[in-house]
Design a protein around this ligand. Structure first.
Ligand code: TXA
Ligand code: MG
Length: 360
């Protein structure tokens, strides 16, 4: 089904929010900015709206959606109960890029939202447009990232248009998103905070919020169902259904090269030269320090090595740029894994489909 996708420019946000909220209240699906990435929203209580979200994205139906609220207090309309550790996390990080997986209040949302699970993922975005849209629509909004399944998440309204024009009712343009990577998804089980997906809130921030009352456990990175399941069986750790899918992938093949700043250049240049000899169109995603060093047709500066926030903000747009330039092979430099660097490297590994080389 092809529909006309309305575009509300950043200068007309008043009209945009009013019209988009009306479309959502009427069961439509609309993309909107959050502080992390653009989301594709629909009324979480409406099975018809949620079906449209899944079909517009081409998303597998066993991958549940996050429900977005305007205010933290509304969590009790979705969750059966909230424990002390969860309360602390909400009080500390909402509004903000943290998603909590909570026991579902029966009947609160369409069963499609949770893919039939008895838990529901909830967050309160820290973006004025997002929150006023949710509030004005009067709906809890189920909203996955507003990309076609498997593509890098959109950090600009034009990315949403590239992927979903003709498939959704509208896009509210709020400019480039801030964080640039998705929210951190956590679940608290037996007093431990399990990170199911690293993201905008770092492990260090989570640990400092809960202090000595709870341990924060990092996810076992896994690209395959088998790995995810073995983690699940051996450690009884909860897991996020979404982690088994290929994500964030550019069209070309990507190789991630990690290692110390002063050692990495020769390894990267060697891979570039090798690919060029094979006749491939090559791009390098490089830290600022090395951007002028590489000999390659396309060198994309992802930000200073010691500034993973900047790299997180830029990564998805650069992966899309590689697609626009019909790049066949991307060599990407790794970043330090502290702070948001952990989420950044998680997404880079997924984009590379596990192809990684470590130099020392
Ligand atoms: O930053 C974000 O989180 C963005 C913006 C739009 O808010 N949204 C986003 O949604 O990234 P999506 O659908 O692309 O990712 C949702 C993640 C998936 O990994 C999914 O498996 C997980 O949350 N998830 C949702 N419900 C879950 C549940 N009940 N249990 C475990 N994981 C869940
Ligand atoms: Mg997504």
């Amino acid at each position: 089904m092809t529909v006309t996708t309305k575009y509300w420019a950043a200068q007309q946000t008043q009209t945009g929010v009013t019209e988009a909220a009306a479309a959502l209240a009427a069961g439509g699906v609309v993309a909107f900015p959050t502080e992390t990435v653009y989301g594709l929203g629909g009324d979480a209580r409406s099975t018809a709206a949620v079906e449209r979200i899944f079909s517009a994205k081409g998303r597998p139906s066993d991958n549940p959606l996050i429900v977005h609220l305007a205010h933290g207090e509304e969590v009790y309309s979705l969750a059966e109960r909230v424990n002390e550790v969860e309360r602390v996390l909400m009080a500390t990080f909402w509004p903000g890029p943290l998603t909590l997986v909570l026991p579902l209040r029966a009947g609160a949302v369409s069963p499609l939202v949770t893919a039939g699970l008895d838990t529901v993922a909830v967050r309160v975005p820290a973006h004025e447009l997002a929150r006023s849209l949710i509030q004005r629509s009067g709906c809890p909004l189920a909203a996955p990232s507003a990309n076609r399944s498997g593509r890098p998440s959109p950090t600009q309204a034009r990315h949403v248009m590239e992927d979903l024009n003709g498939r959704i009712d509208g896009v509210l343009d709020g400019g480039a998103t801030g964080v640039g990577l998705e929210s951190t998804v956590v679940r608290v089980v037996e007093g431990k905070v399990h990170i199911l997906r690293p993201g905008g809130v770092t492990r260090e921030q989570l640990q400092s919020a809960v202090g000595s009352t709870a341990d924060v456990l990092s996810p076992k990175d896994s690209n395959s169902q088998a790995e995810a399941e073995s983690v699940n069986h051996t450690e009884r750790a909860p897991r996020s259904p979404g982690v088994k899918y290929t994500h964030y992938a550019p069209k070309g093949e990507m190789l991630l090269i990690a290692g110390p700043l002063d050692k990495i250049v020769p390894a990267v240049q060697e891979k570039i030269d090798e690919a060029v000899r094979k006749g491939l169109r090559v791009a390098v995603i490089s830290c600022t320090e090395h951007a002028s060093v590489y000999r390659a047709e396309t060198v994309l500066d992802c930000g200073p090595y010691r500034n993973p926030e900047r790299a997180a903000h830029s990564l998805y747009a650069l992966l899309r740029e590689c697609d626009e330039r019909s790049i066949d092979f991307i060599v990407a430099e790794g970043y330090p894994e502290e702070g948001i660097g952990a989420a950044l490297m998680n997404r880079m590994r997924k984009a590379a489909g596990g192809r990684e080389l470590t130099v020392s």
